[in-house]
Design a protein around this ligand. Sequence first.
Ligand code: ZN
Length: 116
Amino acid sequence: MAVDERELILELFPGTPFDLLPPGEVLYYREGENVVIEEPPFRAVFEPVERPPLPRPGVCEACGRLLGGAFARYFRVRLAGARVVRYALLCEDTEACRERARPEVLRRILRKGILP
Ligand SMILES: [Zn+2]
């Protein structure tokens, strides 16, 4: 099973880069105002940029749903040790979004938050 394989690799080679690991369980949740996407041991915290409503509708990057300006929000993540900031447009309702979002898409957003 992929999860066991992943755990084994991390135990033997703790510094294994994100891209070389087999996919694990991706967590996607709210922590206060922030949105966290996590595939242990990798974790990206996205901070809200502004409050809804946005001036125009947008497509959520995680679940692909077209959202009215009141239901979406821009989040930003700062790469550790870098002055690079990346943005993601996500549903305001993270729980509903998580039901719809595919793990490989969440993994791609996480990757954006941790890799240069
Ligand atoms: Zn969404």
